[in-house]
Design a protein around this ligand. Structure first.
Ligand SMILES: Cc1cc2nc3c(=O)[nH]c(=O)nc-3n(C[C@H](O)[C@H](O)[C@H](O)COP(=O)(O)OP(=O)(O)OC[C@H]3O[C@@H](n4cnc5c(N)ncnc54)[C@H](O)[C@@H]3O)c2cc1C
Length: 395
Protein backbone atom coordinates (compact mmCIF):
# COMPACT_ATOMS: atom_id res chain seq x y z
CA UNK A 1 0.00 0.00 0.00
CA UNK A 2 1.50 3.37 -1.03
CA UNK A 3 0.56 5.51 1.96
CA UNK A 4 2.28 8.67 3.14
CA UNK A 5 1.60 11.92 4.95
CA UNK A 6 1.93 13.87 1.68
CA UNK A 7 1.51 12.80 -1.91
CA UNK A 8 2.94 15.32 -4.38
CA UNK A 9 1.68 15.00 -7.94
CA UNK A 10 4.24 16.36 -10.44
CA UNK A 11 8.03 16.52 -10.07
CA UNK A 12 8.70 19.83 -11.82
CA UNK A 13 10.15 22.67 -9.74
CA UNK A 14 6.89 23.35 -7.83
CA UNK A 15 6.51 19.66 -6.89
CA UNK A 16 10.17 18.79 -6.28
CA UNK A 17 10.79 21.77 -3.98
CA UNK A 18 7.59 21.08 -2.00
CA UNK A 19 8.41 17.37 -1.65
CA UNK A 20 11.95 18.11 -0.44
CA UNK A 21 10.81 20.72 2.09
CA UNK A 22 7.99 18.55 3.47
CA UNK A 23 10.47 15.69 3.86
CA UNK A 24 12.87 17.97 5.69
CA UNK A 25 9.97 18.78 8.04
CA UNK A 26 9.94 15.05 8.77
CA UNK A 27 6.80 14.10 6.96
CA UNK A 28 6.66 10.93 4.86
CA UNK A 29 6.40 12.09 1.27
CA UNK A 30 5.62 10.36 -2.02
CA UNK A 31 6.29 12.09 -5.35
CA UNK A 32 4.85 10.81 -8.61
CA UNK A 33 5.45 11.82 -12.23
CA UNK A 34 5.01 10.09 -15.59
CA UNK A 35 8.67 10.85 -16.36
CA UNK A 36 11.27 10.34 -17.70
CA UNK A 37 12.70 12.86 -15.24
CA UNK A 38 13.24 15.67 -15.64
CA UNK A 39 10.22 15.42 -17.92
CA UNK A 40 11.13 16.67 -21.45
CA UNK A 41 7.81 18.52 -21.80
CA UNK A 42 7.91 20.11 -18.36
CA UNK A 43 8.31 23.89 -18.25
CA UNK A 44 11.07 23.49 -15.67
CA UNK A 45 13.16 21.38 -18.06
CA UNK A 46 15.33 23.84 -19.97
CA UNK A 47 18.95 25.00 -20.27
CA UNK A 48 18.29 28.32 -18.56
CA UNK A 49 15.66 30.49 -16.86
CA UNK A 50 15.94 34.17 -16.01
CA UNK A 51 16.41 35.11 -12.36
CA UNK A 52 15.54 38.81 -12.02
CA UNK A 53 14.30 40.98 -9.13
CA UNK A 54 12.68 43.48 -11.51
CA UNK A 55 8.88 43.35 -11.17
CA UNK A 56 7.86 46.97 -11.70
CA UNK A 57 6.14 48.26 -8.56
CA UNK A 58 5.67 44.77 -7.08
CA UNK A 59 7.77 44.86 -3.92
CA UNK A 60 6.76 41.35 -2.79
CA UNK A 61 8.05 39.67 -5.94
CA UNK A 62 11.27 41.71 -5.74
CA UNK A 63 11.83 40.65 -2.13
CA UNK A 64 10.96 37.02 -2.89
CA UNK A 65 13.52 36.88 -5.71
CA UNK A 66 16.08 38.64 -3.53
CA UNK A 67 15.67 35.81 -1.00
CA UNK A 68 15.62 33.21 -3.79
CA UNK A 69 18.99 34.42 -5.11
CA UNK A 70 20.53 33.71 -1.70
CA UNK A 71 18.92 30.28 -1.92
CA UNK A 72 20.39 29.59 -5.36
CA UNK A 73 23.84 30.47 -4.02
CA UNK A 74 23.35 27.97 -1.19
CA UNK A 75 22.22 25.34 -3.73
CA UNK A 76 25.34 25.94 -5.82
CA UNK A 77 27.35 24.84 -2.78
CA UNK A 78 24.94 22.12 -1.57
CA UNK A 79 24.47 20.57 -5.02
CA UNK A 80 28.19 20.77 -5.75
CA UNK A 81 27.97 22.60 -9.09
CA UNK A 82 27.28 26.11 -10.31
CA UNK A 83 23.74 25.94 -11.60
CA UNK A 84 22.90 29.56 -10.85
CA UNK A 85 25.03 32.11 -12.74
CA UNK A 86 24.99 35.66 -11.36
CA UNK A 87 25.68 37.43 -14.65
CA UNK A 88 23.53 40.41 -13.67
CA UNK A 89 20.56 41.53 -15.78
CA UNK A 90 20.34 44.15 -18.52
CA UNK A 91 17.01 45.98 -18.73
CA UNK A 92 17.16 48.16 -21.85
CA UNK A 93 14.54 50.38 -23.49
CA UNK A 94 14.01 51.88 -26.93
CA UNK A 95 12.77 55.15 -25.42
CA UNK A 96 13.79 57.22 -22.38
CA UNK A 97 13.18 54.91 -19.42
CA UNK A 98 10.78 57.31 -17.71
CA UNK A 99 8.35 56.49 -20.54
CA UNK A 100 8.52 52.72 -19.98
CA UNK A 101 6.68 51.91 -16.75
CA UNK A 102 8.09 48.39 -16.21
CA UNK A 103 11.72 49.50 -16.43
CA UNK A 104 11.26 52.84 -14.68
CA UNK A 105 9.27 51.44 -11.75
CA UNK A 106 11.68 48.51 -11.38
CA UNK A 107 14.64 50.88 -11.36
CA UNK A 108 13.10 53.12 -8.70
CA UNK A 109 12.10 50.18 -6.52
CA UNK A 110 15.57 48.62 -6.73
CA UNK A 111 17.04 51.89 -5.45
CA UNK A 112 14.37 52.15 -2.75
CA UNK A 113 15.22 48.61 -1.64
CA UNK A 114 18.91 49.51 -1.33
CA UNK A 115 20.13 47.85 -4.53
CA UNK A 116 22.56 49.56 -6.91
CA UNK A 117 21.39 49.32 -10.53
CA UNK A 118 23.60 51.24 -13.00
CA UNK A 119 21.76 53.45 -15.44
CA UNK A 120 23.01 53.20 -19.03
CA UNK A 121 22.70 55.52 -21.99
CA UNK A 122 23.40 54.73 -25.65
CA UNK A 123 27.11 55.50 -25.34
CA UNK A 124 27.53 53.26 -22.32
CA UNK A 125 25.53 50.47 -23.98
CA UNK A 126 27.69 50.67 -27.12
CA UNK A 127 30.90 50.72 -25.12
CA UNK A 128 30.09 47.96 -22.59
CA UNK A 129 27.68 45.72 -24.53
CA UNK A 130 28.73 45.85 -28.19
CA UNK A 131 26.31 43.09 -29.26
CA UNK A 132 23.43 45.51 -28.76
CA UNK A 133 22.16 47.96 -31.37
CA UNK A 134 22.76 51.07 -29.27
CA UNK A 135 21.11 53.26 -31.87
CA UNK A 136 17.84 51.45 -31.12
CA UNK A 137 18.28 50.87 -27.36
CA UNK A 138 18.94 54.27 -25.81
CA UNK A 139 18.33 53.86 -22.08
CA UNK A 140 17.95 51.35 -19.28
CA UNK A 141 20.06 49.84 -16.53
CA UNK A 142 22.35 46.99 -15.52
CA UNK A 143 21.32 45.22 -12.32
CA UNK A 144 24.30 43.34 -10.87
CA UNK A 145 22.17 41.04 -8.71
CA UNK A 146 20.46 38.38 -10.87
CA UNK A 147 21.24 36.13 -13.82
CA UNK A 148 20.08 32.67 -14.85
CA UNK A 149 19.59 29.19 -13.46
CA UNK A 150 20.22 26.00 -15.45
CA UNK A 151 16.66 24.92 -14.70
CA UNK A 152 16.68 21.37 -16.00
CA UNK A 153 19.83 20.55 -14.07
CA UNK A 154 18.47 22.25 -10.94
CA UNK A 155 15.23 20.28 -10.97
CA UNK A 156 17.09 17.04 -11.72
CA UNK A 157 19.51 17.64 -8.84
CA UNK A 158 16.62 18.43 -6.48
CA UNK A 159 14.73 15.27 -7.51
CA UNK A 160 17.86 13.23 -6.69
CA UNK A 161 18.40 15.10 -3.41
CA UNK A 162 14.77 14.56 -2.40
CA UNK A 163 15.15 10.84 -3.04
CA UNK A 164 18.39 10.70 -1.04
CA UNK A 165 16.59 12.38 1.85
CA UNK A 166 13.81 9.82 1.84
CA UNK A 167 11.14 11.04 -0.56
CA UNK A 168 9.54 8.01 -2.24
CA UNK A 169 9.81 8.96 -5.93
CA UNK A 170 7.65 7.02 -8.39
CA UNK A 171 8.64 7.75 -11.98
CA UNK A 172 6.22 6.36 -14.58
CA UNK A 173 3.08 7.13 -12.61
CA UNK A 174 0.46 9.51 -14.07
CA UNK A 175 -2.26 10.70 -11.71
CA UNK A 176 -5.60 10.11 -13.36
CA UNK A 177 -8.26 10.54 -10.70
CA UNK A 178 -8.55 11.82 -7.16
CA UNK A 179 -9.71 9.28 -4.59
CA UNK A 180 -11.95 9.97 -1.63
CA UNK A 181 -15.25 11.71 -1.19
CA UNK A 182 -16.38 15.17 -2.35
CA UNK A 183 -15.44 16.57 1.02
CA UNK A 184 -12.17 14.72 1.54
CA UNK A 185 -9.44 13.64 -0.83
CA UNK A 186 -7.49 10.59 0.33
CA UNK A 187 -5.25 9.80 -2.62
CA UNK A 188 -4.99 9.28 -6.37
CA UNK A 189 -5.36 6.45 -8.85
CA UNK A 190 -2.92 6.46 -11.75
CA UNK A 191 -3.28 5.67 -15.41
CA UNK A 192 -0.85 2.85 -14.81
CA UNK A 193 -3.32 1.27 -12.37
CA UNK A 194 -1.63 2.08 -9.06
CA UNK A 195 -3.24 3.82 -6.10
CA UNK A 196 -1.48 6.18 -3.72
CA UNK A 197 -3.02 7.17 -0.40
CA UNK A 198 -2.04 10.18 1.67
CA UNK A 199 -3.13 12.49 4.43
CA UNK A 200 -2.73 15.37 2.01
CA UNK A 201 -2.51 15.42 -1.79
CA UNK A 202 -0.64 18.34 -3.37
CA UNK A 203 -1.25 18.85 -7.09
CA UNK A 204 1.82 20.44 -8.69
CA UNK A 205 1.40 19.29 -12.28
CA UNK A 206 2.12 22.62 -13.99
CA UNK A 207 0.08 23.23 -17.13
CA UNK A 208 -1.55 19.80 -16.68
CA UNK A 209 -3.02 20.70 -13.26
CA UNK A 210 -6.30 22.00 -14.69
CA UNK A 211 -6.84 18.59 -16.32
CA UNK A 212 -6.72 16.90 -12.90
CA UNK A 213 -8.91 19.59 -11.31
CA UNK A 214 -11.26 20.92 -14.04
CA UNK A 215 -12.82 23.47 -11.66
CA UNK A 216 -9.58 25.45 -12.18
CA UNK A 217 -10.11 25.77 -15.94
CA UNK A 218 -11.96 29.13 -15.69
CA UNK A 219 -8.99 30.68 -13.84
CA UNK A 220 -5.94 29.09 -15.53
CA UNK A 221 -5.00 27.89 -18.98
CA UNK A 222 -2.05 26.38 -20.81
CA UNK A 223 -0.34 28.75 -23.27
CA UNK A 224 2.56 27.86 -25.58
CA UNK A 225 5.60 30.12 -26.04
CA UNK A 226 8.52 29.84 -28.49
CA UNK A 227 12.13 29.26 -27.44
CA UNK A 228 15.13 29.48 -29.78
CA UNK A 229 18.77 28.38 -29.51
CA UNK A 230 21.28 29.99 -31.86
CA UNK A 231 24.96 29.46 -32.55
CA UNK A 232 26.66 32.89 -32.70
CA UNK A 233 29.56 33.40 -35.11
CA UNK A 234 31.30 35.47 -32.43
CA UNK A 235 30.47 33.96 -29.03
CA UNK A 236 32.73 36.43 -27.19
CA UNK A 237 30.24 39.20 -27.95
CA UNK A 238 27.59 37.25 -26.02
CA UNK A 239 29.79 36.24 -23.09
CA UNK A 240 29.98 38.11 -19.73
CA UNK A 241 31.14 40.78 -19.04
CA UNK A 242 30.26 41.88 -22.58
CA UNK A 243 26.78 40.42 -22.25
CA UNK A 244 24.35 39.47 -19.49
CA UNK A 245 20.82 38.11 -19.14
CA UNK A 246 19.04 40.64 -21.26
CA UNK A 247 15.55 42.06 -21.65
CA UNK A 248 14.96 44.04 -24.85
CA UNK A 249 12.19 46.49 -23.84
CA UNK A 250 10.50 43.28 -22.77
CA UNK A 251 7.17 44.70 -21.53
CA UNK A 252 6.62 46.16 -25.00
CA UNK A 253 8.20 43.43 -27.18
CA UNK A 254 8.32 40.24 -25.05
CA UNK A 255 11.92 39.56 -26.14
CA UNK A 256 14.67 38.45 -23.81
CA UNK A 257 17.91 36.52 -24.12
CA UNK A 258 20.74 34.79 -22.32
CA UNK A 259 24.52 34.90 -22.50
CA UNK A 260 26.39 32.27 -24.48
CA UNK A 261 25.73 29.05 -22.55
CA UNK A 262 28.99 27.56 -21.23
CA UNK A 263 27.77 23.96 -21.49
CA UNK A 264 25.39 24.07 -24.45
CA UNK A 265 27.37 26.46 -26.68
CA UNK A 266 24.32 28.44 -27.75
CA UNK A 267 22.57 31.75 -27.14
CA UNK A 268 18.96 31.22 -26.04
CA UNK A 269 16.35 33.80 -27.04
CA UNK A 270 12.65 33.65 -26.14
CA UNK A 271 9.50 35.73 -26.06
CA UNK A 272 7.47 36.42 -22.89
CA UNK A 273 4.29 37.41 -24.69
CA UNK A 274 0.68 36.38 -25.14
CA UNK A 275 1.48 32.89 -26.50
CA UNK A 276 -1.03 30.47 -28.05
CA UNK A 277 -3.62 28.57 -26.04
CA UNK A 278 -2.96 24.81 -26.18
CA UNK A 279 -4.28 21.60 -24.63
CA UNK A 280 -1.34 20.16 -22.63
CA UNK A 281 -1.84 16.64 -24.01
CA UNK A 282 -3.83 16.89 -27.25
CA UNK A 283 -2.27 19.83 -29.10
CA UNK A 284 1.04 19.78 -30.93
CA UNK A 285 3.68 22.15 -29.65
CA UNK A 286 4.94 23.66 -32.89
CA UNK A 287 7.20 26.65 -33.59
CA UNK A 288 5.92 28.13 -36.82
CA UNK A 289 7.80 29.76 -39.69
CA UNK A 290 6.10 33.01 -38.65
CA UNK A 291 7.71 32.71 -35.19
CA UNK A 292 11.13 32.29 -36.78
CA UNK A 293 10.55 35.25 -39.10
CA UNK A 294 9.56 37.32 -36.05
CA UNK A 295 12.76 36.18 -34.33
CA UNK A 296 14.95 37.13 -37.30
CA UNK A 297 13.40 40.61 -37.47
CA UNK A 298 14.05 41.08 -33.75
CA UNK A 299 17.67 39.92 -34.02
CA UNK A 300 18.40 42.13 -37.02
CA UNK A 301 17.05 45.08 -35.08
CA UNK A 302 18.61 44.34 -31.70
CA UNK A 303 21.60 41.93 -31.99
CA UNK A 304 22.88 42.36 -35.56
CA UNK A 305 25.77 39.93 -34.88
CA UNK A 306 23.25 37.17 -34.20
CA UNK A 307 20.82 38.01 -37.05
CA UNK A 308 22.13 35.21 -39.23
CA UNK A 309 23.19 32.91 -36.40
CA UNK A 310 22.47 29.22 -37.04
CA UNK A 311 19.16 28.23 -35.44
CA UNK A 312 19.98 24.86 -33.87
CA UNK A 313 16.91 24.23 -31.71
CA UNK A 314 13.35 25.46 -31.23
CA UNK A 315 10.67 24.53 -28.73
CA UNK A 316 7.16 25.64 -27.80
CA UNK A 317 6.93 25.35 -24.04
CA UNK A 318 3.80 25.68 -21.90
CA UNK A 319 2.97 28.22 -19.22
CA UNK A 320 0.38 27.38 -16.59
CA UNK A 321 -1.17 30.81 -17.02
CA UNK A 322 -3.50 32.09 -14.31
CA UNK A 323 -5.70 34.97 -15.46
CA UNK A 324 -3.91 37.50 -13.23
CA UNK A 325 -0.50 35.79 -13.75
CA UNK A 326 0.06 35.23 -10.04
CA UNK A 327 0.82 31.74 -8.71
CA UNK A 328 -1.86 29.44 -7.25
CA UNK A 329 -0.61 27.95 -3.98
CA UNK A 330 -3.31 27.07 -1.50
CA UNK A 331 -5.44 24.40 0.16
CA UNK A 332 -8.74 23.66 -1.55
CA UNK A 333 -11.43 25.74 0.17
CA UNK A 334 -13.96 22.92 0.31
CA UNK A 335 -12.10 19.64 -0.17
CA UNK A 336 -10.09 18.50 2.84
CA UNK A 337 -6.80 16.81 2.08
CA UNK A 338 -6.31 18.59 -1.27
CA UNK A 339 -3.91 21.45 -2.08
CA UNK A 340 -2.50 22.98 -5.25
CA UNK A 341 0.87 24.58 -6.05
CA UNK A 342 1.02 25.80 -9.64
CA UNK A 343 0.26 28.80 -11.86
CA UNK A 344 3.87 29.70 -12.71
CA UNK A 345 2.54 31.89 -15.57
CA UNK A 346 5.89 31.97 -17.32
CA UNK A 347 7.81 33.49 -14.41
CA UNK A 348 7.83 30.91 -11.61
CA UNK A 349 11.18 29.18 -11.86
CA UNK A 350 13.25 32.03 -10.39
CA UNK A 351 11.43 31.60 -7.08
CA UNK A 352 12.53 27.95 -6.76
CA UNK A 353 14.46 28.25 -3.45
CA UNK A 354 11.51 29.92 -1.70
CA UNK A 355 8.71 27.89 -3.36
CA UNK A 356 9.22 24.78 -1.24
CA UNK A 357 8.98 26.50 2.18
CA UNK A 358 6.04 28.61 0.94
CA UNK A 359 4.07 25.57 -0.29
CA UNK A 360 4.96 23.56 2.84
CA UNK A 361 3.74 26.36 5.12
CA UNK A 362 0.50 26.58 3.17
CA UNK A 363 -0.27 22.84 3.18
CA UNK A 364 0.65 22.60 6.89
CA UNK A 365 -1.69 25.54 7.55
CA UNK A 366 1.14 27.71 8.85
CA UNK A 367 1.30 31.48 8.33
CA UNK A 368 3.59 32.72 5.53
CA UNK A 369 4.02 36.42 4.74
CA UNK A 370 3.93 35.77 1.01
CA UNK A 371 1.02 33.34 0.82
CA UNK A 372 -1.94 35.74 0.51
CA UNK A 373 -0.98 36.74 -3.04
CA UNK A 374 -1.30 33.12 -4.21
CA UNK A 375 -4.48 32.14 -2.31
CA UNK A 376 -7.47 30.35 -3.86
CA UNK A 377 -9.34 33.28 -5.44
CA UNK A 378 -12.23 34.17 -7.68
CA UNK A 379 -11.03 35.63 -10.98
CA UNK A 380 -13.56 37.06 -13.41
CA UNK A 381 -13.26 36.04 -17.06
CA UNK A 382 -11.93 39.46 -18.13
CA UNK A 383 -9.20 39.63 -15.50
CA UNK A 384 -6.00 41.23 -16.84
CA UNK A 385 -2.53 39.82 -16.33
CA UNK A 386 -0.49 41.76 -13.77
CA UNK A 387 3.02 40.43 -14.31
CA UNK A 388 4.81 43.72 -15.08
CA UNK A 389 7.46 42.42 -17.50
CA UNK A 390 5.01 40.47 -19.66
CA UNK A 391 4.16 41.74 -23.14
CA UNK A 392 0.39 41.63 -23.30
CA UNK A 393 0.12 42.40 -27.03
CA UNK A 394 -0.36 45.68 -28.81
CA UNK A 395 -2.86 48.19 -27.41
C1 LIG B 1 9.11 29.13 -22.55
C2 LIG B 1 9.18 29.34 -21.09
C3 LIG B 1 10.12 30.22 -20.58
C4 LIG B 1 10.16 30.48 -19.21
N1 LIG B 1 11.13 31.32 -18.74
C5 LIG B 1 11.20 31.55 -17.42
C6 LIG B 1 12.24 32.39 -16.91
O1 LIG B 1 13.09 32.87 -17.67
N2 LIG B 1 12.28 32.61 -15.57
C7 LIG B 1 11.35 32.06 -14.72
O2 LIG B 1 11.43 32.34 -13.53
N3 LIG B 1 10.36 31.25 -15.16
C8 LIG B 1 10.28 30.99 -16.49
N4 LIG B 1 9.31 30.17 -16.97
C9 LIG B 1 8.29 29.64 -16.03
C10 LIG B 1 8.77 28.41 -15.32
O3 LIG B 1 9.44 27.56 -16.21
C11 LIG B 1 7.58 27.72 -14.69
O4 LIG B 1 6.84 28.62 -13.91
C12 LIG B 1 7.97 26.53 -13.82
O5 LIG B 1 8.99 25.78 -14.38
C13 LIG B 1 6.73 25.68 -13.61
O6 LIG B 1 7.06 24.56 -12.84
P1 LIG B 1 5.98 23.45 -12.50
O7 LIG B 1 6.62 22.52 -11.56
O8 LIG B 1 4.71 24.13 -12.09
O9 LIG B 1 5.61 22.78 -13.90
P2 LIG B 1 6.46 21.79 -14.82
O10 LIG B 1 7.88 22.09 -14.77
O11 LIG B 1 5.80 21.80 -16.14
O12 LIG B 1 6.27 20.36 -14.11
C14 LIG B 1 5.04 19.73 -14.04
C15 LIG B 1 5.31 18.24 -13.84
O13 LIG B 1 4.05 17.60 -13.62
C16 LIG B 1 4.09 16.34 -14.25
N5 LIG B 1 2.72 15.89 -14.48
C17 LIG B 1 1.85 16.35 -15.41
N6 LIG B 1 0.67 15.68 -15.34
C18 LIG B 1 0.83 14.76 -14.34
C19 LIG B 1 -0.01 13.76 -13.79
N7 LIG B 1 -1.24 13.56 -14.27
N8 LIG B 1 0.48 12.97 -12.78
C20 LIG B 1 1.75 13.17 -12.30
N9 LIG B 1 2.59 14.13 -12.77
C21 LIG B 1 2.13 14.89 -13.78
C22 LIG B 1 4.88 16.58 -15.53
O14 LIG B 1 5.42 15.40 -16.04
C23 LIG B 1 5.96 17.56 -15.04
O15 LIG B 1 7.14 16.91 -14.65
C24 LIG B 1 9.24 29.85 -18.33
C25 LIG B 1 8.32 28.93 -18.82
C26 LIG B 1 8.28 28.66 -20.18
C27 LIG B 1 7.27 27.69 -20.69
Amino acid sequence: MNTSDFLVVGAGIYGATAALELRRREHSVTLIDPGPLPHPLAASTDISKVVRMEYGQDRQYMQMVDAAIDGFVVWNAELGETLYHNTGVLMLTQQPMEQVAYNWESYKLLLAEGHRPERLDSAAIAQRYPAWNAARYVDGFYSPRGGYAESGRVVSALQALAQREGVSLHEGQTADALLGTAGRVTGVRTREGATFHAGQVLLAAGAWTQLLLPELQPVMKATGHPVFHLKPKNSALFTPPHFAVSTADVSRTGWYGFPFHPREGVVKVANHGVGVRLHPEQDERVVYASDIAHLRRFLADTFPALADGELVYTRRCLYCDTLDEHFWIDRHPEREGLSVSTGGSGHGFKFAPVLGPLAADVVEGKANPWAAKFRWRALAAGTHGEEASRFHGKG
